[in-house]
Design a protein around this ligand. Structure first.
Ligand SMILES: [Zn+2]
Length: 113
């Protein structure tokens, strides 16, 4: 049975706006982290077992600018770099909070040493 065991505010991994997050307990050893962004509509889901998640890789380069744009390449590059940097900051910030929260919850319940 799924139950929400923690909720609060986090940054949206997509647009960096303040969004609602939840930890949902799926089973005794499995948590799901959800972010529901009211700004951009992102519904982010991530599942965690009792092993600390291996963060570090920031997937910020999964979108590229449209081709055949009238905007000069140099400006498009600058815009892209700016958004990638924002996304990397958001992901790092979120990951730190997520790791701490998830471990704390699991420790509190005596399921992770
Ligand atoms: Zn968003």
């Amino acid at each position: 049975m799924e139950s929400v065991i923690e909720r609060g505010l986090a940054r949206c991994p997509r647009c960096v706006a303040v969004a609602d997050y939840y930890f949902v307990e799926l089973s005794p050893n499995l948590l799901r982290y959800e972010v529901n962004c009211r700004t951009c509509g992102e519904a982010y889901r991530e599942e965690h077992g009792p092993v600390p998640p291996n963060f570090g890789a920031v997937a910020a380069v999964d979108e590229w600018l449209p081709e055949a744009s009238v905007v000069p390449v140099r400006e498009r590059m600058q815009a892209w770099v700016g958004s990638a940097r924002l996304r990397a900051n958001a992901a790092t910030w979120r990951s730190i909070k997520l790791t701490q929260s998830a471990l704390l919850l699991l420790q509190r319940r005596g399921r992770y040493q």
